[in-house]
Design a binder for this molecule. Structure first.
Ligand code: PHE
Length: 343
């Protein structure tokens, strides 16, 4: 037994591990629950009382030696590895995922940027609206079919009549702005709107609009045309053509819809423009005097124009996104594609 202990002692003294694994092997070999020291203590139980006295001491010393060696090496090793980590500036950094802007945010920011340079501010309003702000103040007569046209999600009745609804357009923000301020007004209103439509690749029950309003003395239809023409040149590039077609909205008179030459085929005809070379991007017109009066603005003194566009449509003409549902599904494989645009 003594010879064995001597041999182990010199092995322990000479031991110098190259790494943490070797140190662990050492611990298991000598100090583990099935290790050498445990085994020696088992053998010790069987020796006679004479030997017990001498070996007890030897054995305890041997155990202390192994433990001290292990603790010393362990400390040394962890100090070494932590100074290594702290000092090695060439170690690769931790990988972390960088998010990307949603295509609708990219488009919204771009639109805001263009109008900001023309002196427009950004205004916002609630998504839950009352009948007055979403319809009545905007010159929708009671029982007018246009209220049905917008496939409204009504939430609550008031005196037996539908009153509170999810806003169907951001025109309600125009009303709020004019009610609470004094002309001139020059603002754009981006926001989410809701319509009760079956969800498909081409329609959704919610989407996003950007509405614009400009009210001042002597604002004319030519101001409207020039503003929107400039907007389109900035957004889709110089040379993009525009055309206005007469249209109808209860809150504007005269009203128009604006088309631009197809951004995908340049006007020669493709699926996007249904081979016409033109795509509609917004509705617009001169604010109806009734709307100005409803909001407490003198329609003899002030005139204004307004326009409204769907952001998904605007994004689609930039990024060719064939299925509207992609905008709201949060599929990272879709969202990731817009990564570089953020930087
Ligand atoms: N609010 C209209 C819509 O949702 C768009 C529009 C806004 C048209 C302003 C004209 C003027 O369809």
């Amino acid at each position: 037994m003594q010879a064995q202990i001597d041999q182990y002692t010199s092995e322990i003294n000479a031991f110098s591990p190259a790494n943490a694994d070797e140190l662990e092997t050492f611990r298991i070999k000598f100090l583990g629950t099935k290790g050498i020291i445990k085994d020696l203590f088992e053998q010790f139980k069987t020796v006679g009382p004479e030997e017990k006295r001498t070996f007890g001491k030897v054995l305890n010393q041997f155990k202390q030696l192994a433990e001290a060696k292990y603790n010393e090496l362990k400390e040394q090793h962890s100090a070494e590895s932590s100074t290594q980590n702290a000092q090695d500036l060439t170690l690769p950094g931790d990988d972390f995922a960088v998010g990307s802007r949603h295509p609708l945010s990219l488009v919204r920011n771009e639109i805001i940027d263009i109008f900001k340079r023309l002196g427009f501010v950004v205004a916002e309003g609630p998504e839950i609206e009352d009948d007055w702000h979403n319809f009545s103040a905007l010159n929708f007569p009671e029982e007018h079919p246009a209220r049905d046209m917008q496939d409204t999600f009504f939430i609550k009745k008031n005196n037996g009549k539908d009153d509170i609804a999810l806003r169907t357009h951001t025109s309600s923000v125009q009303v709020r702005m004019m009610e609470h301020g004094k002309p001139p007004f020059r603002a754009i209103m981006p926001g989410r709107v809701y319509r009760n439509e079956a969800i498909s690749a081409r329609a959704h029950c919610f989407f996003h609009q950007v509405e614009g309003l400009y009210v001042d003395e002597n604002v004319s239809f030519s101001d409207l045309k020039q503003t929107l023409y400039h907007f389109v040149q900035e957004l889709y590039g110089a040379g993009t053509k525009v055309r206005f077609r007469p249209s109808y909205f209860p809150f504007t008179e005269p009203s128009a819809e604006m088309d631009i030459s197809c951004t995908i085929c340049g006007g020669s005809g493709c699926n996007m423009c249904k081979h016409t070379g033109w795509v509609e991007i917004l509705g617009c017109g001169m604010v109806d005097p009734n709307v100005l009066e409803n909001c407490g603005i003198d329609s003899k003194k002030y005139t204004g124009f307004a326009f409204g566009m769907g952001m998904e449509r605007i994004a689609n003409l930039k990024y060719v996104i064939k299925d509207l549902r992609l905008f709201s599904e949060n599929d990272v494989r879709f969202l990731k594609q817009f990564q570089t645009e953020m930087l």
